[in-house]
Design a protein. Sequence first.
Length: 392
Amino acid sequence: MRFSTRTAWDLSESPLAQALRARRATGLPLHDLTASNPTQCGFAYNEADILAPLSGPAALTYDPDPRGLLSARDGVSRYYASHGAFVPAEQLILTTSTSEAYSFLFRLLCDSGDEVLLFQPSYPLFDFLAQIDDVRLVPSPLFYDHGWQIDLTGLQERVTSRTRAIAVVHPNNPTGHCTRVEERRALETLCAERRLALIVDEVFLDYPFPGYAPHSFADGDHPALTFVLSGISKIAALPQMKAAWIAVFGPERERSGALARLEIIADTFLSMNAPVQNALPAWLAGSAALQLQIRARTQANLQTLDGWLDQHPAISRLTVEAGWYAVLRLPALEKDEELAIRLIADHGVSVHPGYFFGFPGDGWFVVSLLTPEDTVRKGLAAMGKALPDFTR
């Protein structure tokens, strides 16, 4: 059988995955500092309030609106109103996930071989999404100088005749960088001048650290065609419910043209199911309680991490403004993956090596702040014992 070249991935188990499987097989402790699934991190969910909206009689009615049920889109509009942004329901397209939203936009904007610029470090899923849709991702670096910054000069140099969009994750995953007002203006100006679309992923918008207040791209003027993505995977900590959306902004002619074409794309798949759509407004309205728990967890874990770093000056933490992760810098004495494998095998600690997110070179670890606090303390203690091995 001959398969498509777009799926010609190396399907063998990675050395890191092998190390994790081998460690679990021993029955020895494994302190997982990569946890990112909120449903498995010990948070208190109100089961009755979450499940009740799924059982209404409207779930039995099939109303195949390609943009999504109006009641569901109205719920999303109210969410943005809580962020000070006016987003009419008619400018929203519902999807099952932000991954699907990206796929819709790649199909909308790009022919085979066209390019989308994406800031790195960033989440590796984008590579697979782009390859499946025959789009070429062109990385544009974030750089670190007393905080993460967008390299605007480098970004402009990467725009070619095949570039169709610039994608920005705000706040970024995993760096926690929030796009600043002046960076947003520069991005919008560049997109308007070069007739590019701006794709903004805001799934971590509700998780700033004290002293930071990321502002939604849904608010304000939109001189360029702009798509703002989000969903309840992060907002309501309900990744299993599969509900997300695209909000469309920009000059009226481009905005209406994009919405008309997106409606056809969405109508082709009709992937959103009625029970979830009917429940979406209630889940969004009740998301504050889970957000409070998560922010308390991430802040407590960040304090624990900083206290540990005070005792281990060979390792430093980079500034994080929002999100669920922290980036660690350590002496680049060996490959990140090799070091991560040794931490698993010899010390029972799992961290993300930097290459996973596209960090340049070696000497990078990424740890989750969503992890239960006791696991973080035990994992850091085990890493402390390992320090002589990888900071010598």
